[in-house]
Write a protein that binds this ligand. Structure first.
Ligand SMILES: Cc1cc2nc3c(=O)[nH]c(=O)nc-3n(C[C@H](O)[C@H](O)[C@H](O)COP(=O)(O)OP(=O)(O)OC[C@H]3O[C@@H](n4cnc5c(N)ncnc54)[C@H](O)[C@@H]3O)c2cc1C
Length: 449
């Protein structure tokens, strides 16, 4: 009989917490999880999943326009109903929330639908005042949008609120230059909003290959998205008609309907009681862990965005799985952070795996860069003047493909398979030896000369 109420208490039922809890339970542990908002966490409730549904919805704007060239006549001007899409998306989020809850319940995980705080070595206090004890504590509290601080900044929204808007804004200003900023700029722009991105620097998507971010900028400008680089906020005030007046350093004042911050995500650590037990944190509050996701306190672990290693759902899930196998199945596992593929679901999407050209030059010196700059067949027929760009980076000494970078239709779907090849360490010769699928866009990657 354990001296504790639970073998494992997980704080946060998001991507990492749900996986860790259900696997630990399957390994025989008595598990509880606390969730202060909705089971499923950021990705399912207000991140990847509803965002991707909006991306699908948005892309119809182009598909409907292009359909004419493919012989389709649509009667009258197509119109778009934001509330219908919003409610379809939120309905599916409810369904997924139910499925994740069911999964935990089917694995005999006790769910506390309330906030939790660590109040002692092995003690957790819930918002209701209930106190429980656990042998191990897993912190899987994720991250939250970073909010800028200037007069009137409370009038802005973040991605959390963007999914719930009661009407489609006519004019949207998005602060930031990362993937969330570019994805939402694309979404609102396709729906017909006038969109501008305000960025304090002069680069978009800093961790991506410059060739791709430059191409996205060019295409986004062509689509009508405005960019204000090297610009910071002074203030936001409300106009009499409810719209917002934005004063900036580096750009002219603007009136918009919505300002959305997409300026990064900070680890969710406030009020968690980390000081009570002396859990070490890094510069932005992230929880510091070893390769097994263990903090400096022997029985406290942390996975996912709260550790600020790589803020992506599949990574949080792997960390949760590795933690549960290590601690509750006597099967020590670590997560490999090499060659993690990623995507930006912009219009068109970007995807990447491995080193950018710049990183490869710095790290390896002697590299070969193969590139295809092409107009996809569908765009040619549609009369859409939008070019794709694929780059393959090869280590000249070993012939190994060390990076692939793409912008173009379906590039995220194409990348998943090619990421296997890069992760496996295949060479350019292996790519060349692979017969193309013709006609396809993906074939460009095995035909590069
Ligand atoms: C708009 C947006 C788009 C995204 N798109 C993608 C994408 O396309 N692909 C991708 O891989 N990733 C994407 N992400 C990132 C992805 O959502 C996260 O990396 C992932 O959810 C991290 O999982 P996690 O388990 O660490 O935390 P989360 O999923 O954030 O879960 C943490 C949970 O803990 C709860 N919690 C926090 N504190 C407490 C407390 N004290 N007590 C109880 N509960 C608490 C929170 O309510 C939350 O539900 C996106 C994120 C956003 C915001």
């Amino acid at each position: 009989m354990s001296d504790y109420d639970f073998d494992l208490f997980t704080i946060g039922a998001g991507s990492g917490g749900v996986r860790a809890s259900r696997v630990a339970s399957a390994h025989g542990a008595k598990v509880a999880v606390a969730e202060e908002y909705r089971v499923g966490g950021t990705c399912v409730i207000r991140g990847c999943v509803p965002k991707k549904m909006l991306v699908y919805g948005a892309h119809f704007a182009e598909d409907l326009e292009d359909a004419k060239q493919f012989g389709w006549d649509l009667e009258g001007e197509p119109s778009f109903d934001w509330i219908r899409l919003r409610d379809t998306v939120l309905g599916d989020v409810d369904r997924l929330n139910g499925l994740y809850t069911e999964t935990l319940e089917n694995h005999d995980v006790t769910i506390f639908h309330e906030r939790a705080e660590i109040t002692g070595e092995h003690e957790i206090t819930l918002a209701s005042g209930k106190v429980v004890t656990a042998k191990y504590i897993l912190i899987a509290t994720g991250a939250q949008p970073a909010v800028l601080d200037f007069p009137g900044s409370d009038l802005a929204i973040t991605s959390n609120e963007a999914f719930h808007l009661d009407e489609l804004p006519k004019r949207v200003m998005i602060a930031g230059g990362g993937y969330i900023a570019n994805e939402f700029a694309g979404i609102f722009n396709e729906f017909g909003s006038k969109v501008c991105i305000v960025n304090r620097g002069d680069k978009l998507l800093r961790s991506y290959d410059e060739g791709l971010s430059d191409r996205l900028l060019k295409i986004s400008l062509m689509k009508g998205i405005q960019f204000h680089f090297n610009t910071t906020f002074k203030s936001i005030t409300k106009n009499d008609d409810g719209s917002l007046h934005v004063e900036m350093n580096g750009s002219e004042d603007m009136d918009v309907d919505v300002v959305m911050f997409a300026t990064g995500r900070n680890p969710n650590v406030s009020g968690l009681g980390l000081d009570t037990v002396g859990v070490e944190q890094g510069k932005i509050g992230e929880i510091l862990v070893d390769e097994y996701s263990k903090t400096n306190v022997d029985h406290i672990y942390a996975v996912g965005d709260v550790t600020n290693r790589v803020q992506l759902t599949p990574v949080a899930i792997r960390e949760g799985q590795a933690f549960a196998d290590t601690v509750f199945n006597d099967d020590p596992k670590t997560v490999s952070y090499d060659h993690i593929p990623s995507a930006v679901f912009s219009h068109p999407p970007i995807s990447a795996v491995g080193m950018t050209e710049g990183e490869a030059r710095n790290k390896l010196g002697n590299i070969k860069v193969f590139q295809s700059d092409f107009r996809p067949m569908k765009n040619v027929v549609a009369g859409r003047n939008e070019r794709g760009l694929y780059k393959v980076i090869v280590d000249a000494a070993t012939d190994k493909v060390v990076g692939i970078h793409m912008i173009g239709p379906e590039s995220a779907e194409i990348m998943q398979g090619f990421a296997v090849a890069v992760k496996a360490g295949l060479t350019k010769a292996d790519f060349d030896a692979t017969v193309a699928i013709h006609p396809s866009m993906a074939e460009e990657l095995v035909l590069l000369k």
